[in-house]
Design a protein around this ligand. Structure first.
Ligand code: ADP
Length: 613
């Protein structure tokens, strides 16, 4: 290959080769804000082609919820020529959205003119997912890419060498033209001397001499012209090379990810951009020094042998989320990187150095470790809570069972007393006995609730279904509950008969519970309405009150075990937060649904459904 039949790779092409070996997703935009380059890492990640991504194509892969924020940050930074960092979700080739951190910096031409932006993204998910596997060799796919890139690098090298050869040959032409000029000059001098001596010779001779002189002059002028052309060519080539080298250097310089190039097996640093010098934390005077001089602390961390292996075998090396301990501010500190070591070849096909590209992921890995740590703590406390919960449930079961026995005999005694004293004229005795009956009933309902919970937990609640008239059950329960209050009026609005097949006693307890809640939580509201309607073979029962209502955020949680709304209004109302939980369990076991609608301060309506067959 020579520079005659193959044009020099444009300067950005060379940067793209570096970009393609970097373990980050890279994009480059122009002054028009549009992106015109994405590296192989990006295209492999999104599974899309360069053509699809350029311009504004890349926005199709950004999660719709993140896009506006993303563009706003980009445009804002762009107009202010500021560096920016932004997190967003980017669609991976398999359709999954992954979180990335995008770091963009403005870039400038050698004349200091703004040229657009260059950005690098780290896929957070990949860092987090593979954290456990500390080093992870990238799949054979990217090794193949590496090889292709290496070939490209080698061809770039060849081209540079060819350009050098051309320069050398131009130089040789220059030297030979100079030699020729000198020879012509001395010839001329000789001839002038000779002609002066033979001045008296014939006119013919004089004429011939003149002609010869003119010819020599012409030759001389031509040689001079050639010289001028060669010099111009030389200068142009040198200028072009210098310019492209400057441009590639400034791109590498401003790249927002670490790049370094080391030469020879001794690993002499011949290029290091600001980003890699920042990572090393050893100041900016590193070029020309040995890698081992700058980073002696890495000698026992495998990095030297990785570099040496790449240099001696030519096999690229990639590390993921690799911990590297670097001395910064005099202290050995842990950092985490994704990094690549890629061999560099000269025209003869020999390795002359190693290119190092990297992405620092320390913050991500540390964040991940913190998350894992708090997850472990959370799991531990949940475990503790569950243990307590189990102990509490066990205790409640035993205590309720023990309380039930004395309560049953108390209730029997009150019944006997009521029967014996029914003719008593003492108003205190009849009043006291009916109050005692009501209190015993309340207490036994409570204890039954707790007992039901522990039965439910141990799977001992049995649903015994039978055919019955739901409208009649409603009448019975309403009558019973109405006895407990004088401040509320319970109305049964639906009248048509309706048959259901369900556990009558348990549906009765659900109704009783919803009605007593409607009373309990409606200190000022008078009216309570009960109604039902049939639709699509399902009966829907509604219990509506004009009480304190329930806030939206509490509505879903009402049916959780032991859940009670915390507020100034509910604080003085006693309860254990198990009524709705039990009701929901019973309705669920009937394949029905239960829910509430409410407006705080206006009232609530509780609904449940039962399938009709
Ligand atoms: P308890 O009434 O014993 O606290 P429940 O499980 O029956 O337990 O009810 C749970 C919570 O739901 C109650 O603490 C109360 O905050 C709220 N709640 C239930 N019914 C109503 C209602 N009709 N109006 C307003 N809040 C209610």
């Amino acid at each position: 290959m020579s520079s005659q039949n193959q044009p020099l790779i444009p300067v950005e092409e060379q940067f793209k080769i570096i970009a393609d070996t970097a373990p980050v997703l890279i994009w480059i935009s122009g002054v028009d804000k549009l992106c015109y380059f994405f590296n192989t890492g990006w295209l492999n990640f999104t599974g899309r082609s360069m053509q699809q991504e350029v311009g504004t194509g890349w926005t199709e892969g950004v999660h719709p919820d993140d896009l506006q924020r993303c563009l706003k940050t980009y445009f804002h930074a762009f107009d202010a020529r500021e560096e920016f960092r932004i997190e967003y979700r980017l669609k991976r080739h398999d359709g999954r959205f992954c979180w990335v951190i995008d770091h963009g910096v403005p870039r400038y031409t050698q004349d200091g003119e703004f040229a657009g932006y260059i950005g690098s993204c780290i896929n957070i998910d990949s860092v987090l997912e593979s954290e456990r596997v500390k080093t992870d060799f990238i799949s054979s796919e990217s090794v193949k890419n590496e090889q292709a890139l290496n070939e490209e690098l080698a061809s770039t090298n060849e081209e540079l060498t060819a350009a050098n050869e051309e320069l050398a040959s131009i130089n040789m032409q220059l030297v030979s033209a100079q030699g020729k000029l000198a020879a012509l000059n001395s010839q001329l001098e000789e001839k002038v001397l000779l002609r002066t001596a033979e001045l008296e010779q014939s006119e013919q001779e004089q004429q011939a001499l003149n002609e010869e002189l003119a010819a020599t002059n012409e030759e001389l002028t031509a040689a001079n012209d050639g010289l001028v052309i060669s010099q111009e060519q030389l200068q142009n080539t040198i200028r072009e090379l210098a310019e492209s080298e400057h441009q590639i250097r400034s791109l590498v310089e401003s790249a927002p990810f670490p790049i370094g190039v080391y030469k020879g097996r001794e690993m002499r640093i011949i290029l290091a951009n600001q980003s890699i010098m920042d990572v090393w934390g050893k100041g900016n005077d590193v070029v020309g020094k040995l890698y081992s001089e700058i980073l002696p602390e890495l000698s026992n961390q495998q990095i030297y042998s990785q570099l040496d292996d790449v240099y001696t075998t030519g096999v690229p090396f990639h590390a993921r989320n690799q911990r590297v301990d670097i001395v910064v501010d005099g202290k050995l500190q842990p950092y985490y990187f994704n990094y690549s070591f890629t061999p560099l070849y000269d025209t003869a096909g020999n390795i002359y150095g190693v290119m190092n590209t990297a992405a620092e992921v320390t913050d991500l890995v540390l964040a991940k470790q913190r998350v894992e740590q708090s997850e472990r703590q959370l799991e531990q406390s949940l475990e503790d809570v569950h243990k307590l919960q189990r102990q509490k449930d066990g205790f409640i079961g035993i205590a309720s069972h023990e309380l039930k026995t004395p309560l049953t005999s108390l209730s029997a005694i009150i019944q006997v007393l009521t029967a014996k004293l029914k003719d008593s004229t003492d108003p205190f005795i009849s009043g006291g006995l009916s109050k005692a009956t009501a209190q015993v009933k309340k207490m036994s309902n409570l204890i039954n609730g707790f007992l039901n919970i522990s039965r439910l937990e141990s799977g001992k609640i049995l649903i015994e279904k039978q055919q019955f008239r739901l409208d009649q059950l409603l009448d019975d329960v309403i009558d019973e509950v109405q006895l407990t209050t004088q401040n509320h009026q319970i109305s049964h609005l639906s009248r048509q008969p309706i048959n259901v097949f369900a556990d009558k006693e348990k549906i009765g307890s659900v109704l009783a519970n919803l009605l007593s809640n409607a009373i309990k939580y409606s200190p000022k509201g008078r009216q309570i309405d009960v109604s039902y309607e049939v639709q699509n073979n399902i009966v829907k029962v509604a219990i509506r009150d004009e009480g304190m209502g329930i806030k939206q955020q509490d509505l879903d949680k009402l049916f959780d075990r032991y859940y009670r709304v915390e507020s100034n209004h509910t604080r003085h109302i006693s309860g254990f937060g198990i009524g709705l939980y039990l009701s929901a369990e019973i309705i669920k076991q009937h394949d029905g649904e239960i829910w509430a609608e409410s407006e705080s301060g206006v009232g609530s309506t509780f609904y449940f459904t039962l399938p009709l067959n």
